[in-house]
Design a protein around this ligand. Structure first.
Ligand SMILES: NC(=O)c1ccc[n+]([C@@H]2O[C@H](COP(=O)([O-])OP(=O)(O)OC[C@H]3O[C@@H](n4cnc5c(N)ncnc54)[C@H](OP(=O)(O)O)[C@@H]3O)[C@@H](O)[C@H]2O)c1
Length: 312
Protein backbone atom coordinates (compact mmCIF):
# COMPACT_ATOMS: atom_id res chain seq x y z
CA UNK A 1 0.00 0.00 0.00
CA UNK A 2 1.12 3.57 -0.64
CA UNK A 3 1.15 4.78 2.95
CA UNK A 4 0.06 8.34 3.36
CA UNK A 5 -0.83 9.97 6.63
CA UNK A 6 -3.43 11.84 4.60
CA UNK A 7 -6.18 9.24 4.21
CA UNK A 8 -7.93 11.39 1.60
CA UNK A 9 -5.23 10.81 -0.99
CA UNK A 10 -4.12 7.30 -0.08
CA UNK A 11 -3.75 5.05 -3.13
CA UNK A 12 -3.52 1.26 -3.19
CA UNK A 13 -1.47 -0.41 -5.96
CA UNK A 14 -3.27 -3.08 -7.99
CA UNK A 15 -1.68 -6.41 -8.89
CA UNK A 16 -0.10 -6.85 -12.35
CA UNK A 17 1.06 -3.23 -12.19
CA UNK A 18 -2.40 -2.08 -13.25
CA UNK A 19 -2.23 1.31 -11.55
CA UNK A 20 -3.29 2.52 -8.13
CA UNK A 21 -6.79 2.79 -6.76
CA UNK A 22 -7.58 5.84 -4.61
CA UNK A 23 -8.67 4.27 -1.32
CA UNK A 24 -11.57 6.69 -0.90
CA UNK A 25 -14.09 6.22 -3.70
CA UNK A 26 -17.37 7.77 -4.78
CA UNK A 27 -20.19 5.33 -5.57
CA UNK A 28 -22.70 6.28 -8.26
CA UNK A 29 -25.69 4.16 -7.23
CA UNK A 30 -28.03 7.16 -7.48
CA UNK A 31 -31.44 6.53 -9.04
CA UNK A 32 -32.13 10.14 -10.14
CA UNK A 33 -30.26 11.12 -13.36
CA UNK A 34 -30.06 14.84 -12.55
CA UNK A 35 -28.79 14.12 -9.02
CA UNK A 36 -26.23 11.71 -10.50
CA UNK A 37 -24.74 14.59 -12.51
CA UNK A 38 -24.65 17.11 -9.67
CA UNK A 39 -23.43 14.56 -7.10
CA UNK A 40 -20.62 13.37 -9.40
CA UNK A 41 -19.59 16.96 -10.07
CA UNK A 42 -19.70 17.78 -6.33
CA UNK A 43 -17.66 14.67 -5.54
CA UNK A 44 -15.00 15.71 -8.06
CA UNK A 45 -14.90 19.22 -6.60
CA UNK A 46 -14.59 17.83 -3.07
CA UNK A 47 -11.55 15.82 -4.17
CA UNK A 48 -12.84 12.32 -4.97
CA UNK A 49 -10.85 10.74 -7.82
CA UNK A 50 -12.26 7.19 -7.74
CA UNK A 51 -15.69 6.62 -9.35
CA UNK A 52 -17.59 3.35 -9.06
CA UNK A 53 -20.24 2.76 -11.72
CA UNK A 54 -22.29 -0.15 -13.09
CA UNK A 55 -24.42 -0.80 -16.16
CA UNK A 56 -27.09 -1.91 -13.67
CA UNK A 57 -27.28 1.58 -12.14
CA UNK A 58 -28.64 2.91 -15.46
CA UNK A 59 -26.76 6.20 -15.16
CA UNK A 60 -23.34 5.70 -16.78
CA UNK A 61 -24.22 8.40 -19.33
CA UNK A 62 -24.86 10.93 -16.54
CA UNK A 63 -21.69 10.01 -14.63
CA UNK A 64 -19.80 10.23 -17.93
CA UNK A 65 -21.18 13.67 -18.69
CA UNK A 66 -20.06 15.03 -15.31
CA UNK A 67 -16.59 13.52 -15.78
CA UNK A 68 -16.38 14.78 -19.38
CA UNK A 69 -17.28 18.32 -18.26
CA UNK A 70 -14.41 18.34 -15.75
CA UNK A 71 -12.00 16.84 -18.29
CA UNK A 72 -13.01 19.37 -20.96
CA UNK A 73 -12.61 22.26 -18.51
CA UNK A 74 -9.09 21.05 -17.70
CA UNK A 75 -10.00 20.56 -14.02
CA UNK A 76 -8.73 16.98 -14.17
CA UNK A 77 -6.76 14.79 -16.57
CA UNK A 78 -7.95 11.29 -17.45
CA UNK A 79 -5.00 9.72 -15.64
CA UNK A 80 -5.98 11.57 -12.43
CA UNK A 81 -9.23 9.64 -12.13
CA UNK A 82 -9.89 5.95 -11.53
CA UNK A 83 -13.09 4.72 -13.16
CA UNK A 84 -14.73 1.35 -12.56
CA UNK A 85 -17.85 -0.17 -14.02
CA UNK A 86 -19.45 -3.61 -13.82
CA UNK A 87 -20.92 -6.22 -16.13
CA UNK A 88 -24.45 -7.16 -15.10
CA UNK A 89 -25.82 -10.69 -14.48
CA UNK A 90 -27.67 -10.83 -17.82
CA UNK A 91 -24.39 -10.36 -19.73
CA UNK A 92 -22.35 -13.25 -18.28
CA UNK A 93 -22.17 -15.22 -21.55
CA UNK A 94 -18.64 -14.68 -22.91
CA UNK A 95 -19.92 -13.30 -26.24
CA UNK A 96 -21.97 -10.70 -24.32
CA UNK A 97 -19.16 -9.55 -22.01
CA UNK A 98 -17.24 -7.56 -24.62
CA UNK A 99 -20.46 -6.03 -26.01
CA UNK A 100 -21.50 -4.96 -22.50
CA UNK A 101 -18.02 -3.56 -21.85
CA UNK A 102 -18.01 -1.51 -25.08
CA UNK A 103 -21.51 -0.20 -24.38
CA UNK A 104 -20.45 0.95 -20.89
CA UNK A 105 -17.33 2.62 -22.27
CA UNK A 106 -19.43 4.44 -24.87
CA UNK A 107 -21.96 5.62 -22.27
CA UNK A 108 -19.17 6.85 -19.98
CA UNK A 109 -17.46 8.57 -22.93
CA UNK A 110 -14.10 7.01 -22.06
CA UNK A 111 -11.62 5.06 -24.17
CA UNK A 112 -10.38 2.82 -21.38
CA UNK A 113 -11.48 1.68 -17.93
CA UNK A 114 -9.28 1.39 -14.87
CA UNK A 115 -11.30 -1.54 -13.55
CA UNK A 116 -14.10 -3.78 -14.79
CA UNK A 117 -15.94 -5.98 -12.28
CA UNK A 118 -18.32 -8.92 -12.54
CA UNK A 119 -21.18 -7.34 -10.58
CA UNK A 120 -22.33 -10.60 -8.96
CA UNK A 121 -21.34 -14.26 -9.41
CA UNK A 122 -24.93 -15.09 -10.52
CA UNK A 123 -25.73 -15.42 -14.23
CA UNK A 124 -29.24 -14.45 -15.30
CA UNK A 125 -30.99 -15.42 -18.51
CA UNK A 126 -29.00 -13.60 -21.22
CA UNK A 127 -30.71 -10.63 -22.83
CA UNK A 128 -31.63 -7.00 -22.39
CA UNK A 129 -33.98 -7.59 -19.44
CA UNK A 130 -31.77 -6.92 -16.42
CA UNK A 131 -34.22 -8.58 -14.03
CA UNK A 132 -35.67 -11.60 -15.88
CA UNK A 133 -38.41 -13.38 -13.94
CA UNK A 134 -40.94 -16.15 -14.59
CA UNK A 135 -44.71 -15.64 -14.11
CA UNK A 136 -44.31 -16.34 -10.41
CA UNK A 137 -41.69 -13.65 -9.97
CA UNK A 138 -38.78 -16.06 -9.62
CA UNK A 139 -35.43 -14.94 -11.06
CA UNK A 140 -34.48 -16.78 -14.26
CA UNK A 141 -30.89 -17.93 -13.90
CA UNK A 142 -28.61 -19.02 -16.75
CA UNK A 143 -27.18 -22.46 -15.94
CA UNK A 144 -25.24 -22.72 -19.22
CA UNK A 145 -22.43 -20.35 -18.26
CA UNK A 146 -20.00 -20.61 -15.35
CA UNK A 147 -18.29 -17.79 -13.52
CA UNK A 148 -15.00 -19.06 -14.94
CA UNK A 149 -16.39 -18.76 -18.51
CA UNK A 150 -17.26 -15.12 -17.76
CA UNK A 151 -13.89 -14.55 -16.10
CA UNK A 152 -12.01 -15.76 -19.20
CA UNK A 153 -13.91 -13.19 -21.28
CA UNK A 154 -12.88 -10.54 -18.71
CA UNK A 155 -9.24 -11.60 -19.09
CA UNK A 156 -9.50 -11.07 -22.85
CA UNK A 157 -10.54 -7.46 -22.23
CA UNK A 158 -7.32 -6.89 -20.28
CA UNK A 159 -5.34 -8.51 -23.13
CA UNK A 160 -6.89 -5.99 -25.53
CA UNK A 161 -5.74 -3.10 -23.36
CA UNK A 162 -9.07 -1.32 -22.98
CA UNK A 163 -9.35 -2.27 -19.36
CA UNK A 164 -6.42 -2.14 -16.94
CA UNK A 165 -7.69 -4.46 -14.25
CA UNK A 166 -10.56 -6.86 -13.55
CA UNK A 167 -12.26 -8.06 -10.42
CA UNK A 168 -15.32 -9.51 -8.75
CA UNK A 169 -18.12 -8.17 -6.61
CA UNK A 170 -20.71 -9.55 -4.17
CA UNK A 171 -18.66 -12.69 -3.80
CA UNK A 172 -17.76 -14.90 -0.85
CA UNK A 173 -14.58 -16.87 -0.29
CA UNK A 174 -16.13 -20.11 -1.60
CA UNK A 175 -16.68 -18.60 -5.04
CA UNK A 176 -13.56 -16.42 -5.04
CA UNK A 177 -11.02 -19.17 -4.32
CA UNK A 178 -11.74 -21.31 -7.42
CA UNK A 179 -11.51 -18.25 -9.69
CA UNK A 180 -8.28 -17.15 -8.01
CA UNK A 181 -6.83 -20.65 -8.50
CA UNK A 182 -7.89 -21.10 -12.15
CA UNK A 183 -7.41 -17.55 -13.41
CA UNK A 184 -4.73 -16.58 -15.91
CA UNK A 185 -5.17 -12.98 -14.68
CA UNK A 186 -6.02 -12.96 -10.99
CA UNK A 187 -8.75 -10.66 -9.66
CA UNK A 188 -7.21 -7.31 -8.72
CA UNK A 189 -10.17 -6.18 -6.62
CA UNK A 190 -13.06 -7.71 -4.71
CA UNK A 191 -15.97 -5.36 -3.95
CA UNK A 192 -18.22 -6.46 -1.11
CA UNK A 193 -20.41 -5.04 1.63
CA UNK A 194 -18.29 -4.27 4.67
CA UNK A 195 -18.51 -2.05 7.75
CA UNK A 196 -18.01 -2.56 11.51
CA UNK A 197 -21.17 -4.73 11.64
CA UNK A 198 -19.80 -6.91 8.78
CA UNK A 199 -15.99 -6.83 8.97
CA UNK A 200 -15.55 -9.87 6.65
CA UNK A 201 -12.28 -10.68 8.44
CA UNK A 202 -11.67 -13.99 6.69
CA UNK A 203 -12.21 -12.56 3.21
CA UNK A 204 -10.03 -9.55 4.06
CA UNK A 205 -7.24 -11.83 5.28
CA UNK A 206 -7.39 -13.87 2.04
CA UNK A 207 -7.30 -10.66 -0.04
CA UNK A 208 -4.34 -9.30 1.93
CA UNK A 209 -2.47 -12.58 1.54
CA UNK A 210 -3.07 -12.70 -2.24
CA UNK A 211 -2.56 -9.00 -3.00
CA UNK A 212 -6.22 -8.41 -3.91
CA UNK A 213 -7.67 -5.00 -3.04
CA UNK A 214 -10.67 -5.35 -0.72
CA UNK A 215 -13.15 -2.61 -1.70
CA UNK A 216 -15.94 -2.06 0.84
CA UNK A 217 -19.40 -0.79 -0.03
CA UNK A 218 -22.11 0.29 2.43
CA UNK A 219 -19.50 1.73 4.85
CA UNK A 220 -22.26 3.85 6.42
CA UNK A 221 -24.71 0.95 6.37
CA UNK A 222 -26.45 2.65 3.41
CA UNK A 223 -27.24 5.53 5.78
CA UNK A 224 -30.07 3.49 7.34
CA UNK A 225 -31.15 4.72 10.79
CA UNK A 226 -31.04 3.35 13.36
CA UNK A 227 -27.78 1.79 12.31
CA UNK A 228 -24.06 2.42 12.12
CA UNK A 229 -24.38 6.21 11.96
CA UNK A 230 -26.07 6.17 15.37
CA UNK A 231 -24.02 3.39 16.95
CA UNK A 232 -22.98 4.56 20.46
CA UNK A 233 -19.33 3.51 20.01
CA UNK A 234 -19.07 5.34 16.67
CA UNK A 235 -20.86 8.43 18.03
CA UNK A 236 -18.61 8.58 21.11
CA UNK A 237 -15.45 8.32 18.99
CA UNK A 238 -16.79 10.99 16.63
CA UNK A 239 -17.46 13.35 19.54
CA UNK A 240 -13.95 12.78 20.98
CA UNK A 241 -12.23 13.22 17.60
CA UNK A 242 -14.28 16.25 16.54
CA UNK A 243 -15.45 14.30 13.49
CA UNK A 244 -18.85 13.11 12.27
CA UNK A 245 -19.93 9.45 12.54
CA UNK A 246 -19.65 9.15 8.73
CA UNK A 247 -16.05 10.41 8.83
CA UNK A 248 -15.20 7.93 11.62
CA UNK A 249 -16.64 4.99 9.63
CA UNK A 250 -14.80 5.96 6.44
CA UNK A 251 -11.49 6.54 8.27
CA UNK A 252 -11.77 3.13 9.98
CA UNK A 253 -12.24 1.45 6.58
CA UNK A 254 -9.18 3.13 5.04
CA UNK A 255 -7.02 2.61 8.13
CA UNK A 256 -7.72 -1.14 8.13
CA UNK A 257 -6.20 -1.24 4.66
CA UNK A 258 -9.32 -1.44 2.52
CA UNK A 259 -10.60 0.85 -0.18
CA UNK A 260 -14.11 2.17 0.42
CA UNK A 261 -17.07 3.57 -1.53
CA UNK A 262 -19.50 6.16 -0.26
CA UNK A 263 -22.35 8.00 -1.93
CA UNK A 264 -22.83 11.58 -0.75
CA UNK A 265 -25.54 13.27 -2.82
CA UNK A 266 -24.94 16.90 -1.87
CA UNK A 267 -21.89 19.16 -2.03
CA UNK A 268 -21.81 19.51 1.77
CA UNK A 269 -21.92 15.72 2.27
CA UNK A 270 -19.24 15.25 -0.41
CA UNK A 271 -16.93 17.65 1.44
CA UNK A 272 -17.74 15.95 4.75
CA UNK A 273 -17.13 12.43 3.45
CA UNK A 274 -13.87 13.42 1.74
CA UNK A 275 -12.52 15.22 4.81
CA UNK A 276 -11.37 12.16 6.74
CA UNK A 277 -8.34 11.89 8.97
CA UNK A 278 -6.62 9.13 10.90
CA UNK A 279 -8.18 7.88 14.13
CA UNK A 280 -6.01 6.93 17.11
CA UNK A 281 -5.24 3.20 17.61
CA UNK A 282 -7.51 2.92 20.67
CA UNK A 283 -10.46 4.17 18.65
CA UNK A 284 -9.76 1.58 15.93
CA UNK A 285 -9.59 -1.13 18.62
CA UNK A 286 -12.91 -0.02 20.08
CA UNK A 287 -14.57 -0.22 16.65
CA UNK A 288 -13.03 -3.65 16.05
CA UNK A 289 -14.60 -4.85 19.30
CA UNK A 290 -18.18 -3.93 18.25
CA UNK A 291 -20.19 -7.15 18.47
CA UNK A 292 -23.29 -6.24 16.39
CA UNK A 293 -23.48 -8.23 13.15
CA UNK A 294 -25.65 -7.21 10.21
CA UNK A 295 -25.62 -7.90 6.46
CA UNK A 296 -27.72 -5.44 4.48
CA UNK A 297 -27.34 -6.96 1.00
CA UNK A 298 -28.44 -10.58 0.69
CA UNK A 299 -27.38 -10.69 -2.96
CA UNK A 300 -24.09 -12.39 -2.11
CA UNK A 301 -26.01 -15.35 -0.69
CA UNK A 302 -29.08 -15.48 -2.94
CA UNK A 303 -28.21 -13.85 -6.26
CA UNK A 304 -31.44 -11.92 -6.01
CA UNK A 305 -30.66 -8.28 -6.74
CA UNK A 306 -32.62 -6.88 -3.85
CA UNK A 307 -30.60 -3.69 -3.68
CA UNK A 308 -32.36 -2.10 -6.64
CA UNK A 309 -36.14 -2.30 -6.99
CA UNK A 310 -37.36 -4.03 -10.15
CA UNK A 311 -37.67 -1.45 -12.89
CA UNK A 312 -35.40 1.05 -11.11
N1 LIG B 1 -21.41 -4.26 -5.66
C1 LIG B 1 -22.62 -4.07 -5.19
O1 LIG B 1 -23.47 -4.94 -5.27
C2 LIG B 1 -22.96 -2.75 -4.55
C3 LIG B 1 -24.11 -2.66 -3.76
C4 LIG B 1 -24.40 -1.42 -3.17
C5 LIG B 1 -23.55 -0.34 -3.37
N2 LIG B 1 -22.45 -0.48 -4.18
C6 LIG B 1 -21.56 0.66 -4.46
O2 LIG B 1 -21.19 1.25 -3.25
C7 LIG B 1 -21.51 2.64 -3.29
C8 LIG B 1 -21.72 3.12 -1.90
O3 LIG B 1 -23.13 3.01 -1.61
P1 LIG B 1 -23.70 2.79 -0.22
O4 LIG B 1 -25.15 2.95 -0.19
O5 LIG B 1 -23.18 1.47 0.15
O6 LIG B 1 -23.00 3.99 0.54
P2 LIG B 1 -23.10 4.48 2.01
O7 LIG B 1 -22.18 5.66 2.03
O8 LIG B 1 -22.97 3.37 3.01
O9 LIG B 1 -24.61 4.96 2.16
C9 LIG B 1 -25.12 6.00 1.40
C10 LIG B 1 -26.28 6.59 2.19
O10 LIG B 1 -25.73 7.20 3.33
C11 LIG B 1 -26.17 8.54 3.42
N3 LIG B 1 -25.01 9.40 3.72
C12 LIG B 1 -23.96 9.67 2.91
N4 LIG B 1 -23.08 10.48 3.56
C13 LIG B 1 -23.61 10.71 4.78
C14 LIG B 1 -23.17 11.46 5.87
N5 LIG B 1 -22.04 12.15 5.84
N6 LIG B 1 -23.95 11.48 7.00
C15 LIG B 1 -25.12 10.80 7.03
N7 LIG B 1 -25.59 10.07 6.01
C16 LIG B 1 -24.84 10.03 4.89
C17 LIG B 1 -26.74 8.90 2.09
O11 LIG B 1 -27.85 9.68 2.39
P3 LIG B 1 -28.49 10.75 1.34
O12 LIG B 1 -29.17 9.89 0.34
O13 LIG B 1 -29.41 11.52 2.19
O14 LIG B 1 -27.35 11.53 0.80
C18 LIG B 1 -27.07 7.60 1.44
O15 LIG B 1 -28.44 7.29 1.64
C19 LIG B 1 -22.68 2.71 -4.26
O16 LIG B 1 -22.91 3.98 -4.79
C20 LIG B 1 -22.20 1.74 -5.30
O17 LIG B 1 -21.24 2.36 -6.13
C21 LIG B 1 -22.14 -1.67 -4.74
Amino acid sequence: MIESSDLRVRRIPLNHGAGQMPALGFGTLIPDPAVTITATRDALQAGFRHFDCAERYGNEREVGSALQAALAAGEIAREDIFVTTKVWNSNHRPERVELAFRASLERLGLNYLDLYLVHTPFAFQPGDDQDPRDQNGNVLYDHDVTLLDTWKAMETLVDHGKCRAIGLSDIGLDDLKPIYESARIQPAVVQVESHPYLPEAELLEFCNEKGIVFLAFAPLGHGIKPGLLEDPVISAIAARAGKTPAQVLLAWAVQRGTAVLTTPRTAARARENFDISALPEDALDEINRIQTRQRLNQVVKTGIPGFIAKGA
